[in-house]
Design a protein around this ligand. Sequence first.
Ligand code: ZN
Length: 88
Amino acid sequence: MSQPQTFWPVESDEAGAEFLVCMSCLSEVFRRRIPMPDCPTCHGVSTYEAFTLDSIRDWGTTELIAKAEAEAAQPAPARSGSLAEAEG
Ligand SMILES: [Zn+2]
């Protein structure tokens, strides 16, 4: 019952708009990726739309903004397991 969440990578076609927010429950946000197969909170499919962090700060709930900032604080999703090479 506690399977790890799977994500689908998302290419951002708009500069800076790399935060995917669930427009159905407005309580999930991810950076350059969306959960598969559906939203972990409301189980909506294809409910995610891209926004900038500034935009989310403008209209998001405190909880949503905190999640977005936590995502922003993480390094960008690794492409092919070359994390070790990033060190010095
Ligand atoms: Zn949702």
